[in-house]
Design a protein around this ligand. Structure first.
Ligand SMILES: NC(=O)c1ccc[n+]([C@@H]2O[C@H](COP(=O)([O-])OP(=O)(O)OC[C@H]3O[C@@H](n4cnc5c(N)ncnc54)[C@H](O)[C@@H]3O)[C@@H](O)[C@H]2O)c1
Length: 271
């Protein structure tokens, strides 16, 4: 790890920081000098991430929390404030991705899967915003980064509840940005496409990455580090005039016409 000082004296919370892209975000902010609170319900992995950050010379703490439970989010924010005195950054990254396996077309979707997805994917970041905003205002401002998804931009065949929740995350972002900008708080969202996380490597259908690669203008899909770099930028002073935006980190997927995949297939088949 090469340590820098961009986030020196800053305190950052990363929800879902025990795995996947949240883990990378935690490492990246710690490498830039932040004190990082890894807030996750996975205590085993959370402790490991915190140990790894410490071993590399960074400063990180683990907080065991379910961010979809209001009393736990309230306690998280209060305890970070009392231990560290301030909160400058929160990456609302945690989501109930395990539910996507039971997501599906609207008429076939179990009502419980829908409400649980909204709770894990939208209510949780709402709670984190609700409780972190007064803490940030008290400290003179801060940066909130919500994790959306390209699934929140357009209809998909199966990810109904997930996509609806992520579209809500985008509107949550615009609401916070509009309401608290004058108090020094910026709020932006990142919308990744398929990311090469450990869980995707293990559990996603193997064809899925190839489907994304086929339609992505650049020659690969994003890595967790690509997402972490975007989070670090939005968390930093370098993005001071970026507020209320949903930034797609998708290699240009959203910019490409929907016919690109079919056209590529047609070209490759020799027309
Ligand atoms: N992986 C992708 O391809 C992809 C694409 C677009 C968007 N996203 C979004 O990026 C974010 C991170 O995804 P990932 O693939 O790194 O996830 P992941 O499943 O690898 O890790 C998610 C982490 O969040 C934690 N978590 C989940 N719900 C929680 C809760 N209620 N309270 C506390 N911790 C909780 C889990 O324990 C886990 O450590 C999510 O918001 C996801 O929707 C992922």
């Amino acid at each position: 790890m090469s340590l820098t000082t961009e986030f020196a004296a800053k305190v950052a919370i990363v929800t879902g920081g025990a795995n996947g892209m949240g883990e990378r975000v935690a490492h990246t902010l710690a490498e830039a000098g932040a004190t990082v609170v890894v807030a996750d319900r996975d205590a085993e992995r959370g402790a490991l991430v915190v140990d790894e950050i410490g071993a590399a010379g960074g400063v990180a703490y683990f907080s065991h929390v379910d961010v979809s439970v209001e009393s736990e989010v309230k306690h998280l924010i209060e305890s970070v404030l009392s231990s560290h005195g301030r909160i400058d950054v929160i990456d609302n990254n945690a989501a109930a991705l395990e539910l996507t396996a039971n997501d599906g077309p609207i008429a076939e979707l179990e009502a419980d899967v829908f409400t649980d997805s909204l709770r894990g994917d939208l209510f949780a970041p709402f709670l984190c915003c609700k409780y972190v905003i007064p803490a940030m205002v008290q400290g003179g401002g801060g940066s909130i980064i919500n994790m959306a998804s390209v699934s929140g931009f357009a209809g998909e065949l199966t990810l109904s509840a997930y996509g609806i929740a992520k579209a809500g995350v985008m509107q949550l972002t615009r609401a916070v940005a509009t309401q608290y900008g004058r108090q020094g708080i910026r709020c932006n969202a990142i919308a990744p496409s398929f990311v090469t996380t450990r869980n995707n490597d293990l559990y996603a259908p193997p064809e899925l990455q190839g489907i994304y690669e086929r339609v992505t203008p650049v020659d690969r899909v994003p890595s967790p580090q690509d997402i972490a770099d975007a989070v670090a930028f939005l968390a930093s002073e370098r993005s001071q005039m970026i507020n209320g935006q949903v930034i797609a980190v998708d290699g240009g997927l959203r910019a490409a016409s929907p016919i690109v995949a079919g056209y590529r297939g047609w070209q490759e088949s020799g027309r």
